[in-house]
Design a protein around this ligand. Structure first.
Ligand code: URP
Ligand code: ZN
Ligand code: ZN
Ligand code: ZN
Length: 484
């Protein structure tokens, strides 16, 4: 049974051209004019693009005394409704827990997924067991990325000695570290002071983690990664201080990638000053939303190529969950949603305003991350042999974002009231139509785990260079006798 996406314009990270796309057995088998097949999907007036890949989501995440509300079923449903066909979640071992045991929990949760998914493994504690299990994670479990939290002191945070040890281990294994870059010690100290002074509302969350806190941690992680000889991926880059560190590192030849979120690109810190406690608390996430200067920096980074991918960090908590923090902002569960809105928002505010070309849009929503995570061209491509994870994008369809009509299970949207133009006509996951305009045809359990191999081209280049310039003893003749 074949399908043909007919009459559209194919848009990839580097090309725009008219062609039909034929799909058989879940993969693309032909691209060209006048193709025929058993089922025709009308793409006239539409762009045929690689489905979005969201490299940063937390589905049913155990965090701050609760679980994020969207699980792999509702989260991936939300994803495909907005044109995203793959998500990457974070496996989080408890303190002292085996990485393998944690992975079993994530394997169980993800059986509900509608679209394909992969995992990053988090390093939440350090010891010989973690050191050893990292090898199994990479060699046997198809995970080549390890996440490190420099924030969340007392729970997920790792110290610099642990961080450097893990970065060195990543280098040995051909893996890539990721960092949540905020100085957790400074955040904890500032939070305690703010509470003492009576700053207990959600606005104090933003006061407790200014851009300098993020810039410092980003610089530190970059330096440690450089010393360890590994590439580095900085998640949720939200401000100029962090972007500047990434830009400077890249300009010096370091392999550092920055990931702004659609929320930081389009929402600003004024959200925290809203008189409605719920409104402000619903936007509490780390790092917090910033002012326009920072937003402009992030957009410029996408244009210049110093920032690589746009994600959501989808970690959705209901209003009731957010209210755990009434009277103490440090207890508001950190996280915001946006999985279904990432593509329409970025298209509207990026392509629609002329900040991004359509090809850049594809690059930062799909192709770049597929390459960085070593799953290109299976994912992130419209090429013969690639998985048929495709969005048929109708640039004329529009809607007003509202919680009442969203797919995510939470009771509000941080993008409430935003008008977007550009929405999926069809979303296909490995050839299966999951979405046709507003109609969901999702199938729980259709999603498969995507295994990713280590030793990417970047890892290889970096280790070749590091080996060439590594410290070596100088061979000397005539060594003087010891002075003793
Ligand atoms: O506030 C956030 N970002 N919550 C999710 C966990 C994380 O830090 O990525
Ligand atoms: Zn984070
Ligand atoms: Zn996150
Ligand atoms: Zn299926």
């Amino acid at each position: 049974m074949s399908k043909v996406i007919k009459g559209g314009t194919v848009v990839t990270a580097d090309l725009t051209y008219e062609a039909d796309v034929k799909i058989e057995g879940g993969v693309i088998t032909e691209i060209g004019p006048d193709l025929s097949g058993d089922e025709i999907l009308d793409a006239s007036g539409c762009y045929v693009m690689p489905g979005g890949i969201d490299p940063h989501v937390h589905l049913e995440m155990p965090f701050m005394g609760t679980y994020s509300a969207d699980d792999f079923a509702s989260g991936t449903r939300a994803a495909v409704s907005g044109g995203t066909t793959m998500v990457v979640d974070f496996c989080l071992p408890d303190p002292g827990q085996s990485l393998m045991d944690a992975l079993m929990r994530w394997d169980n949760k993800s059986t509900l997924a509608t679209c394909d998914y992969s995992f990053h493994m988090a390093i939440t504690w350090w010891g010989e067991q973690v050191f050893n299990e990292m090898e199994t994670v990479v060699r046997e479990k198809g995970i080549n990325t390890f996440k490190h939290f420099l924030a969340y002191k007392g729970s997920l945070m790792v110290n610099d000695d642990e961080l450097f040890a893990s970065f060195q281990r990543c280098a040995e294994l051909g893996a890539m570290p990721l960092v949540h870059a905020e100085n957790g010690d400074v955040v904890a100290s500032m939070s305690a002071k703010l509470l003492e002074e009576g700053n207990v509302g959600p606005e104090a969350h933003a006061y407790s983690r200014p851009p300098e806190v993020e810039g410092e941690a980003t610089n530190r992680a970059i330096m440690l990664a450089d010393m360890a000889g590994v590439p580095l991926y900085v998640v949720h880059t939200s401000c100029e201080q962090s972007h500047e560190a990434i830009r400077r590192a890249r300009q010096k030849g370091m392999r550092v990638y920055g990931e702004p979120l659609i929320q930081h690109l389009t929402l600003d810190e004024s959200e925290y000053f809203d008189k409605d406690w719920d409104h402000a608390a619903r936007r509490v996430m780390s790092p917090p939303f910033r002012n326009k200067m920072h937003q402009d920096s992030l957009w410029a980074g996408l244009q210049a190529g110093s920032l690589s991918c746009v994600a959501t960090d989808h970690c959705a908590f209901t209003t009731d969950q957010k209210r755990y923090g009434v009277g103490d902002f440090t207890k508001i569960p950190n996280g915001t949603g946006g999985l279904e809105d990432r593509l329409p928002m970025l298209w509207t505010y990026g392509v629609g305003t002329g900040r991004l070309t359509m090809n850049e849009f594809v690059a930062v929503t799909s192709t770049n991350i597929a390459k960085i995570l070593n799953m290109y061209p299976k994912k992130g491509a419209i090429l013969v042999g690639a998985d048929a994870d495709i969005v048929v994008w109708d640039p004329k369809r529009s809607k007003t974002i509202t919680a009442a009509n969203q797919v995510s299970t939470i009771d509000y949207s941080v993008f409430e009231g935003k008008e977007v133009t550009g929405l999926p006509r069809f979303t296909l996951s490995r050839g299966k139509v999951m979405v046709e305009e507003s109609t969901l045809k999702t199938e729980e359990g259709h999603g498969e785990f995507v295994a990713r191999q280590p030793y990417t081209a970047v890892n290889k280049a970096l280790s070749t260079w590091k080996e060439l310039v590594s410290p070596r003893p100088i061979a000397r003749s005539g060594i003087p006798p010891s002075g003793v």
